[in-house]
Design a protein around this ligand. Structure first.
Ligand SMILES: [Mg+2]
Length: 189
C-alpha cells in the first residue's frame, strides 16, 4: 500500500490524455486523418504514422504552449482520485519532462479542482531529470507511462508504477495499473 505523501505523478499520458489531443490537432490543423490512439505503440513521437518531423514539432509546440482550441481531457477518474489525495496531504506533486509548465499549471487547477497552493508542478525538461526531483522530495512511488523513464526511476531506487498505454505494452518489469480506480486501490489514505 502506498502512503499518499510518498507518491508523485507524471502528467502527460497519466493525468492528461495528451495523445488524444495530439491526434485531434493533427486532424484539425494538419489534415492528418489516419492516426488512431491504439496505433501509437511507441513512445517516441518520431515517425508516428509517417508524420513529417516538422509537423510533429509543430504539433508538440502547440501542445506545450497551449495553442489549441480542442480541450485537453483528464483520464477518467484522475480528478476525483487526485482531489481525494489532496485532502489527505498537500501539495500533490507532479513532475513532467516538459521543458516548462506553460498552460499545464492552469490546466491542473481547472481540471483537477485542486487549488494552486495544493499542487506543485516541476518541469524538468528531460526524462532523466525526474529522478533527482523525486529523490529530493522523498518520493518512493511515481506513476509514469514511459517505459524508459521507469528504468531510470527504478535504478534510482524509486518504484515506478506504469500507467497502461498502447505505447508501453512491452512492459515485463514494472507493476502496472490500467486506470485510476486500480491506482487508487493501492493508496492507503
Ligand atoms: Mg508521460
Amino acid at each position: 500500500m502506498i502512503d499518499p505523501m510518498s507518491v508523485a505523478f507524471d502528467i502527460d499520458g497519466v493525468v492528461a490524455d495528451t495523445i488524444s489531443l495530439f491526434i485531434e490537432i493533427a486532424r484539425n490543423d494538419f489534415n492528418i486523418n489516419q492516426l488512431q490512439y491504439e496505433d501509437i505503440t511507441s513512445y517516441s513521437l518520431e515517425g508516428i504514422g509517417g508524420i513529417d518531423q516538422d509537423v510533429m514539432t509543430a504539433i508538440l509546440e502547440k501542445i506545450l504552449n497551449g495553442n489549441y482550441s480542442i480541450p485537453l481531457k483528464p483520464f477518467d477518474g484522475a480528478p476525483e482520485v487526485l482531489r481525494r489525495l489532496g485532502q489527505s496531504y498537500d501539495p500533490v506533486l507532479f513532475v513532467t519532462a516538459r521543458p516548462y509548465p506553460g498552460p499545464i499549471t492552469e490546466w491542473i487547477t481547472d481540471n483537477i479542482g485542486l487549488e494552486s497552493g495544493a499542487v506543485e508542478i516541476v518541469a524538468t525538461g528531460s526524462f532523466e531529470g525526474k529522478t533527482d526531483i523525486l529523490l529530493e522530495r522523498n518520493i518512493s512511488y511515481f506513476i509514469e507511462d514511459r517505459l524508459e523513464t521507469c528504468v531510470f526511476l527504478k535504478d534510482a531506487g524509486i518504484t515506478p508504477i506504469l500507467f497502461k498505454q498502447p505505447w508501453n505494452r512491452e512492459n515485463q518489469l514494472f507493476y502496472e495499473v490500467s486506470n485510476w480506480q486500480e491506482l487508487e486501490a493501492l493508496i492507503e489514505y
